[in-house]
Ligand binder design. Structure first.
Ligand code: SF4
Length: 434
């Protein structure tokens, strides 16, 4: 799993605005404008600091980036996030084709193809001019093994060191020995960075970064909580767009301030009776990565049908433990590395069926979900593989209508809007008949 910042927030909000205007609803949020500035600044800073000699690390999204704050001049870039943004900006087919021309199969995850296409064309056609060249690559293998192979390409071609965090899959809540095993590797990573960068590590700074992340997650969960309102105060599409800085600015004060602002603004809008889909007839849950190239179209068409995807497993997992729906806070009396190690399975991909079902059924009950859209994702086999079992269990045990549609989160060439909406239309009718 991964993500983010698909189309510019400006574009997303303008399009959503059109839908909203049709429904006599409000438009672009201040938090949306803030997000655009935050993201633009974070990519500009990245290039700027790299040009001035910062030690650059490329990370997979689950890597505990808070430890980088323990160094004077270490910065990180997130290829998955950049790939999602490229998909939202509609340059992903171009970047995918570049990778395919190099011999990479179209069956390889579209994030990897976008990134390879961008990286080996020196950032051309990228909304951010690509990412600054890395000094170190840090992947992890619990989301998928493809990610490790993807980062290995740069290790081979550019001779950049590659550190892989070996995080066990979880079919049950994480055990103490697993946490110790992960924590040892985080310590190894810290030593590796010290050796490669020549910089000293300051653990007290990491405490601050972890507190920031934990506080940001607290606000994030409050924001998602507005989905419990009738009609919902948010759409999952809002959460897809707004999750971007969790990946690119985790550990920073700016992240906390941004989500605080987002919560305050959402709260005011709900108090004033401003809702994204005011005539909400169907409260839906989405399972899989966001369809970055379809956010505006899908939210608009659904809203016309009275449907609102109010929550998604992709975004409610952020800030929770595996199988949980609630916020997992940092206890300031404990070692921050324990907290980081404990959260290593937050994303859905490494979780077994039981844990995924547990969190999803909690979401369904708490948010009053009428039906679930399972998005079978051509790229992310890790997220998609057990969806049929999950779908059957949700339908039978919770007696909730469900539908499976085919998507690719970042390669629009593998998605057919009309086929998807034929299924979604029939699905909404089945909810209506219940
Ligand atoms: S296959 Fe899935 S988990 Fe792996 S990199 Fe692609 S989107 Fe992420």
């Amino acid at each position: 799993m991964d993500g983010v910042f698909p189309m510019s927030d400006h574009e997303h909000n303008n399009i959503t605005e059109n839908n909203r205007e049709k429904n006599n609803k409000p438009g672009k949020t201040e938090a949306g404008k803030r997000l655009s500035s935050l993201m633009a600044k974070s990519y500009m800073d990245l290039h700027h600091k790299a040009a001035e000699g910062a030690f650059v690390i490329w990370v997979a999204i689950v890597v505990p980036v808070e430890i980088f704050y323990g160094f004077d001049n270490v910065i990180f870039a997130v290829p998955e996030s950049h790939a999602a943004m490229s998909a939202g900006k509609r340059v992903s087919p171009l970047q995918c084709e570049k990778a395919e021309q190099m011999g990479y199969s179209p069956d390889v995850c579209s994030y990897a193809r976008i990134d390879v296409g961008t990286a080996f064309d020196e950032g051309r056609d990228s909304p951010t001019s690509g990412l600054p060249h890395p000094d170190l690559l840090v992947s992890n293998n619990n989301n998928c093994s493809l990610l490790v192979k993807w980062f290995d390409i740069y290790h081979r071609e550019w001779n950049v060191p590659h550190f892989t965090l070996d995080v066990p899959f979880c079919y049950r809540p994480q055990q103490n020995e697993e946490r110790r095993y992960i924590k040892e590797q985080i310590n190894d990573l810290i030593h590796t960075i010290e050796q490669l960068s020549g910089q000293k590590y300051h653990p007290e700074r990491v405490v601050e970064a972890v507190k920031n992340s934990s506080n940001a997650y607290a606000y994030w969960k409050k924001f998602l909580g507005y989905a419990a309102h009738y009609p919902s105060g948010i759409t999952a599409f809002d959460s897809f767009v707004q999750m971007a800085p969790i990946l690119t600015s985790r550990g920073s004060k700016e992240l906390v301030e941004h989500y605080k602002f987002l919560v305050e603004e959402t709260s005011q809008r709900v108090r004033k009776g401003i809702f994204p889909v005011p005539h909400e007839s169907y409260r839906l849950l989405w399972d899989n990565i966001a369809p970055w190239h379809q956010l505006s179209k899908m939210s608009g068409r659904l809203a016309e049908l009275g449907g609102n995807i109010i929550a998604a497993s992709y975004t409610y997992c952020l800030g929770s433990l595996e199988g949980e729906f609630d916020y997992f806070p940092y206890d300031e009396n404990t070692d921050p590395l324990d907290y980081l190690a404990r959260l290593q399975n937050f994303s859905v991909c490494p979780q077994g069926l039981e844990l995924r079902y547990q969190a999803m059924s909690e979401a369904i009950q708490r948010l009053g979900i009428d039906g679930v859209i399972f998005a079978s994702n051509r790229s992310c086999k890790a997220y998609s593989l057990m969806q049929m079992d999950l779908q059957s269990r949700i339908s039978h045990q919770l007696d909730i209508p469900t539908v499976m549609i085919d998507v690719d989160h970042a390669d629009p060439r593998k998605y057919n809007e009309e086929t998807a909406f034929t299924r979604i239309g029939a699905f909404l009718e089945s909810i209506e008949k219940k």
